[in-house]
Write a protein that binds this ligand. Structure first.
Ligand code: DX5
Ligand code: ZN
Length: 246
């Protein structure tokens, strides 16, 4: 499996001191920052948009290599993922992870050629994200079957291949929810077919749930409340890493 990547979700950080929270988190041993963007439509909650990403970018050095330390992993829980690609690129996002569910409803509606074959629209969006110079991720909610990803992952065209798949282990919208172990067979099925794929899990992860996720084959670990709620965030980050590397 690819190397462990620990990506604390700043959703549980102190939004009044976000710049410092971000730089502290990197200094505490995090690889990436997981940046949750919610629009109040795709999910029943609102966080922040590109102007905030621009500001926190100035507190965290850009990664010097693909998937490197300081990567901004933007989890786009938004109804119109295509619309915001350029804006987030300009704000300093490195990895733009959109939801499959949003892509098939919004890009299919936007683009006349996509309506006849909605399945091709996630690939078009991945190509578009790559053309803008970002890595592309694709996320699925607990109610979406992993099978929808096979066609996308099987593409022969590198430009249309996702750099990461995100399996949600809670219903997106809020931090601090209970981990859904029911989602782990999706991770295991992905890992069995794709030994080198970056597989991210998000929701309810912490020292008590990491072993199950790591055993299933996840290597990119998001944790919000477990990191930011801890007395010693660096200890939690180290524990998560050890569990994935074990
Ligand atoms: C939930 C977000 C998560 C959230 C995770 O919709 O996508 O990234 O911050 O928070 P915890 O780790 O507290 O479940
Ligand atoms: Zn997230």
């Amino acid at each position: 499996a690819p190397p462990a990547i620990i990506a604390p979700s700043i959703l549980s950080a102190d939004f009044g001191a976000l710049g410092k929270e971000c730089s502290d988190t990197i200094n505490n041993g995090a690889d990436w920052l997981h940046v949750d963007i919610m629009d109040g439509h795709f999910v029943p909650n609102i966080t922040f948009g590109a102007p905030v990403v621009t500001k926190i970018r100035s507190h965290v050095a850009k990664p010097t290599e693909k998937h490197g330390k300081g990567t901004f992993d933007c989890h786009m829980m938004i109804a119109e993922p295509k619309k915001w690609v350029k804006e987030f690129k300009n704000a300093g996002c490195d990895l733009y992870c959109f939801h499959y569910e949003a892509a098939i409803s919004s890009t299919a509606a936007e683009s006349p050629e996509a309506t006849s074959d909605a399945k091709t629209s996630p690939k078009e969006l991945i190509r578009y994200i790559h053309d803008q110079g970002m890595l592309a991720g694709i996320a699925i909610k607990p109610d979406t079957k992993v099978d929808v990803l096979w066609d996308i992952l099987e593409t022969k065209d590198e430009k249309e291949k996702p750099d990461m798949v995100l399996i949600m282990t809670v219903h997106p919208g809020f931090g601090g929810q209970k981990f859904m172990a029911s989602e782990l067979p999706k991770v295991a099925a992905l890992r069995q077919r794709y030994p080198e794929l970056n597989i991210e899990v998000d929701g309810g992860l912490g020292p008590g749930t990491i072993d199950q996720a790591a055993d299933a084959g996840a290597n990119v670990i998001v944790a919000g409340s477990a990191v930011f709620g801890a007395k010693d965030p660096s200890e939690v980050i180290a524990k998560l890493r050890e569990a994935v590397e074990a």
